[in-house]
Design a protein around this ligand. Structure first.
Ligand SMILES: [Zn+2]
Length: 234
């Protein structure tokens, strides 16, 4: 049993686990994700502003059509008014013309308001588009930086993986099997070093007798902590 290799394997595996855990939490990676989110938000705002303008323009078109129809009707009534003799009929026509004029006036006011809103929306959209390069450049720069730090971490993982392979080659298959099983069971830490009377895994003391028993064992098996079951390097 190569106790040193086993302990070293544990250290290397722990280092790999920590690197992998940290990789997604690196500030550069978080910044790159945030910059990507900013691009998405920029596009959504762009689409929203554009949709508002399209909606307003459609409303203006409808309003113009209605206004034109009212004008045609009013012109017709104006002509009719010149030909009527009956005062009552004339009064009714004038009332109808006034109603149409009022309708027309409401439509015109609404149209003017919508046109102002279109102008404001277009100005806003234009200002928003001015930010296009900034938001995209920022995202590209942040992603490049994020990729860079991830590549460095990956290279480190790669190097540690090679160390791990070398260490595993030194260890017996049965030991590796127990080690791998216990790593899964003990949240990654399968091997503990004995320091004094204490197991480095569970930090519980063993009796002198238990330790002597483990040290005397000639079976060649890796000893286990009687308290937590971790592989124990004496
Ligand atoms: Zn223990």
């Amino acid at each position: 049993m190569n106790a040193e290799a086993l302990l070293e394997l544990q250290l290397v595996d722990t280092a790999i686990d920590q690197l992998r855990y940290r990789m997604g939490r690196l500030p550069e990676v978080i910044a790159a994700d945030a910059a990507d989110a900013a691009v998405v938000a920029w596009k959504q705002r762009s689409a929203m502003l554009h949709a508002t303008i399209v909606e307003l323009e459609a409303a203006i078109a409808v309003s113009e059509k209605e206004s034109a129809a009212i004008s045609v009707k009013r012109d017709r009534l104006d002509k009719q008014l010149k030909t009527v003799i009956s005062p009552r009929e004339a009064e009714a026509l004038m009332h109808e013309i006034a109603t149409l004029s009022a309708q027309r006036s409401v439509l015109d006011d609404g149209e003017l308001e919508a046109m102002e809103a279109v102008a404001a929306g277009e100005a806003e959209l234009s200002a928003h588009h001015d930010g296009h390069d900034d938001v995209h450049d920022d995202a590209a720069a942040a992603r490049a930086l994020g990729d860079q730090v991830v590549a460095v971490a990956m290279a480190e993982v790669q190097q540690l993986s090679e160390q791990r392979d070398t260490l595993r080659a030194k260890l017996e298959h049965s030991v590796l099997e127990r080690y791998d099983g216990m790593r899964a069971q003990f949240n990654g830490v399968a091997v503990a070093k004995l320091s004094g009377l204490q197991c480095g895994g569970c930090h519980l003391d063993m009796s002198r007798g238990e330790i002597d028993g483990l040290k005397r064992d000639q079976s060649g098996d890796v000893p286990e902590c009687p308290n937590c079951g971790r592989l124990l390097v004496l």
